[in-house]
Write a protein that binds this ligand. Sequence first.
Ligand code: ADP
Ligand code: MG
Length: 792
Amino acid sequence: APSAPPVTASALARPPAKPAIFIPVNRSPEMQEERLKLPILAEEQVIMEAVAEHPIVIVCGETGSGKTTQVPQFLYEAGYSSDNSIIGVTEPRRVAAVAMSQRVAKEMNLSPRVVSYQIRYEGNVTEETRIKFMTDGVLLKEIQKDFLLLKYKVLIIDEAHERSVYTDILIGLLSRIVCLRAKRHLPLKLLIMSATLRVEDFTQNQRLFAQPPPVIKVESRQFPVTVHFNKRTPLEDYSGECFRKVCKIHRMLPAGGILVFLTGQAEVHALCRRLRRAFPLARHRLPDPCQLGCVETSLAKVPGVPGSLGRGVQWASAFPAGEQPDASIPLHVLPLYSLLAPEKQAQVFQPPPEGTRLCVVATNVAETSLTIPGIKYVVDCGKVKKRHYDRVTGVSSFRVTWVSQASADQRAGRAGRTEPGHCYRLYSSAVFEDFEKFPPPEITRRPVEDLILQMKALNIEKVINFPFPTPPSIEALIAAEELLIALGALQAPPKTERMKQLQRSRLSCPITVLGRTMATFPVAPRYAKMLALSRQHGCLPYAITIVAAMTVRELFEELDRPAASDEELAKLKGKRARVAQMKRIWAGQGASLKLGDLMVLLGAVGACEYSGCSLQFCEANGLRYKAMMEIRRLRGQLTTAVNAVCPEAGLFVDPKMQPPSESQVTYLRQIVTAGLGDHLARRVQSEDLLDEKWKNAYKTPLLDEPVFIHPSSVLFKELPDFVVYQEIVETTKMYMKGVSTVEVQWIPVLLPSYCQFDKPLEEPPPTYCPEKGRVQCHQAICVFWADPCAPD
Ligand code: ADP
Ligand code: MG
C-alpha cells in the first residue's frame, strides 16, 4: 500500500496555501501560559499547513497532549469559522462533548453561545455558534438532513481510536462527502484525531481513502512511567487488592494523585467507601507546620503541582521513612464513571483541598476521554466491563474481561502527565503478554440494525459496498437486514429461494416509506416502529413515554449492590421493598398489569412528572434522577420528531398526562408486540417439561436454553403464556427484562413474518399508507383484536 506523504519541515518553508486569516482570541494570561505547556502547541504550524494542503489529515497524540482542546482553537484562529460557518467536533461520549465545549469556551474567553455543544438530549447551539462539540450520533443525524453538511467548513472526528460505531460510519461517509464538496468547489476539511498511532485501518484502506492522508504525530512530553507488575497470578478479588495498593501508596509514597481503574459503578462506590473510612477527611487535621517551628519558605518552594499534597505531606515526610503517622493525611476520594451526575464528574478537575491527596476511583472513562490533572500513581486492575452481544441470539451480557495491551498502556500513561509516575498493574507480566494488542472495533461486536436503517435512509442501498474502516460481519449485516424487513422498514426481497439468496448476498433491499419515517426518530428501529404505529386512539404520548424510558437505560437505581455496613444493608432492604411496592402500584391491575414492566415505566414517569420531577421523589422511589431528566428531554425530542412527520397531530409533552384508559393499554400492548416481535417468548407448558431446569421457563425461537422472567419484573410471578421482552441479559440464568404480555391471537396478525401459515393469510399484510401517514393494519388490529372501542 502507498505510504502517507511525510509532513516535513520543508512544508513550513512554503508559503501558506491560502492568505492567512487571523481571528484574534482574547485569552487570559494564565490560560495562555497553561496552553503553552501542551505539546500540541509546537505542532500548530505543521497541522495548519497540512490542513490547508490536504482535504483529510490525521492527527495522533497521547491523551492529554491537547488535541481536543487546542485543535479547534487553531482552526478558529485561522478563520475556518468565518462566513458564518462552523467548526464541528464529534466525540463518542456525551460527557466529553459537554466538558470539552465548556473548557474550550473558558480557554478562549468566549461565551457558550459561540463555543457550544449538542448531544442527543440537549445543547446550547445558537446562531452565533462557531465551534460546536457534538456526539458522533448527532452529526450522523445531521447528514440525513443535509448530506453535504454545508454549514461546516471543517469537521474534526475526535477519539477515532475508540472506534465507536458512529465514528466509523462517519469516517466512511465523510470520505465521500469530502469528494462531493470538492467537486462543488465548497471544500470541506476533515481532521481525524486519535490517541494511538494505530491508524492503518484509516490510512491503508483504499476503499476509504484513495490517497492515504498525511499523519501528523504529536510528540508528547510524557514523563517516564515505571510499570510494576504483580508477581502473583491475578487475583479474583481485584477490588480488595486495589484497596491494599492504594493504602500502601498513600502511606509510603510522596505527593501525587492516585487514579484507580475498576470496571463498574458498584465497584467504584464500594472502593470509595472503603478508602474514605480508612482515611477520613475530617479527622487528623494537621497542625500548621509554622506553629511547629518549620521554616515557611522551605515549604513554599515545593512545586505546587495541582493535586499535590501541599504542606501536609512535607510535614509528614519529616518523619523517617516508614514511621509516618498512619492515615495522618486525609485522602480526597472521588468516584468517576459515565452515569455519575455531571457536577460530580466535574469535581475531578478541581484541585483537592489543601493538605489532602487526590484519589480518583474510575471506570475506563478516565482511560482516554478525560484527563485528570496531577495524577502520579495509577492502579490498574487490568479489567474492563463491556456489553457483549451474542450474534446469533441477540442476548447481551455485561462481561468483565481483561483489557487490551493498548488500553493497559493508555491507563499507565495517565501517571506521567506532570512528572515521572508509577503504574501498579495488579496482574503479572505473563498475563499482560496474553492480552489482545488492541480492543476490537465496536462495529464488529454489536448488532447493526440501527446503522443499516440510517444508511438506507441516506440512500446507501448496497450497504455491503460501504467503505467501513472495519466492516461488520456478513452475518451481522444479514441479521440487521432481516429484522428491518420484518419491521417493514425495508422492502422484502422476492419470494423465490434463489432470488432471496442472491438478494441477501448483495444486501440491497431498498427502504420503504415506513422505514424513512422510522429513520427520522432518534431511537432504535424496534422502538421507531412502535412510534410509527402509535398514531391512533391517543396512544402517541404514551408510546413516546414508553420508548423514551426504554431507550434511556437503567431508570431504576441498582439496589442489589453489596452493602458496606449493617446500617446500609437495612437501608437498602427498605428501599428494595419500597421500590417493589411502587412497581406494583404503577403496574396496576387487570389490563394495565398486562402491559407489565412497560406499564411500570409509564407509571413511574407519569408519577414523577406529576409530582414535579423532584430529586426527592426520585430518591425516595429508587429512580435515577439523571435518567428521569434524560427521559424528559427525549420525550420532548421524540414529540418534535413525531410532529414533524404528522404536524396535524399537534402533540406536546404534558406533565400531567392522564393514565391510559383500559382500551388504550390494549392498543399499547399491540404496538409493543409489533415492535418487539422478534423478542417473543412462549411459556413452556407442563407437558413440555423435560427436566427441572425448564420450570417456569420460557422458550424463544432462537435460544435452545430456557429463559426466565427477571425477578425485578412485575410479571415475575404472573407467568403469562406469551410475552415480548426488551432484552435478555445473562447473569446466573438467561433473564428477560422489560416484559409485556401478548395475546396468542394477535401473533398471526401483528407478526405474520414470524408465522408459518397452512394457507395464505386472508387479510392483506400490514402496509404503510403515506397519504394517511399511518400504518393501515391499525384498523385491522383494532377491529379484530382489541376491546371494542370506536376508532378515532
Ligand atoms: P487530548 O485531547 O490530547 O487528550 P485535551 O485537549 O483533552 O488533550 O487536554 C489538554 C489538557 O487540558 C490536559 O492537560 C487536561 O488536563 C486539560 N484539561 C482539559 N479539560 C480540563 C478542564 N475541564 N479543567 C482543567 N483542565 C482541563
Ligand atoms: Mg481528547
